[in-house]
Design a protein around this ligand. Sequence first.
Ligand code: AMP
Ligand code: MG
Length: 390
Amino acid sequence: MTRSVADHAHAVAALFPDDLTAETVAVTAALGRVLAADVTSPLDLPVFRNSQMDGYAVRAADLVTVPTELPVASVTAAGDAPATLPPGHAIKIMTGAPLPDGADTVVPVEDTKADGSTVRIEHGRSPGEFVRDPGADVHRGELLLPADVTIAARHVAVLAAVGIGDVSVRRKLRVAMLTTGAELVPAGEPLGPGQIYNSNGIALAAAAEANGAEVTSVAHSTDDVATFTTRLDAALAQADVVFTSGGVSMGDFEVVRETLIPRGGWFHHVAMQPGGPQGLTVVDGVPVLSFPGNPVSTLVSFEVFARPVLRRLAGLPTLESQPARLASDLRSPPGKRQFHRGLRTENGVELVSGPGSHLIAAMARADVLIDVPSQVTELPIGADVQVWEL
Ligand code: AMP
Ligand code: MG
């Protein structure tokens, strides 16, 4: 009943929808969200013809003979309604003020000499200089932002600039974490004999959030079926997918297997290391992915089986594996696809520590997983490999 990594990844992916529905959020809450649909501009930007400089709005035709002195008819500032420029005059204008009717150019203040009621202009100008035309940036009805853009500050800026207050974004996948193990204690509490800190719940939550999901709960259960069932039901009630950790291998007290096999769960080996024992169950229509408990196994399972699905549903770019060259030689057990922890250096990718799936500090030092195909048993220094960015 051992499955290949590809087959298990396929079985997991098949339990998720093609798309999540959209939801509307305020632009003020849209940072980092992914647009569900194209946004077209409801306005021209600039909205109206206006001055790019503090200076004097004039007719270029009045500057044919220079130097010249023009009487200053009025002053117009940003926020004023457009003035009208009398022939043969100048209007003092501030940046962003609407260009007066009749004016076609702006002479920057630094190129003028003002003397109370007149302004002296030394040089001629072409029509349109220092004038911002309506629609020069974007026209009304034109595409402003395409679907699938991950909203950053600059996207918030343009949405605000055209007066859009709400946008349609992809709903986030709701993910719940449920860890198991009598030995586990949350950070901040003292460790008793035989106890260790629970890292998988927090780690999976961080991994899910980093890949565009919303974490709805991070819970823990002791290794008894009744407690696990209660915690699982609570997690299922508010999640589109539940990740469990621990309790899936062949020892005693394997509470996840014991609970979920009777509920139709698939609990077998996937031909990989770390992360061999895996479980997959659909409970009340919700996929439950059961990862083994060793911290490296849990995170590698997430990388291999969950991350691609989460990213697809979040509308985030797929992360393809990349070619790299080994800076150390490497051994790998036959028949298992290995995901070694690696670190990119200028000499290539170095192995970080051994294959032990409890070595979480080593994983924190790594920046890639080295993907060693199942038929490969050893690779020399300099061999070409594929790596997955962590
Ligand atoms: P299990 O799969 O439950 O047999 O756990 C395998 C190993 O992973 C054991 O050494 C556990 O103590 C450890 N482990 C299980 N769950 C966690 C967790 N949430 N955080 C840290 N270590 C864990
Ligand atoms: Mg356990």
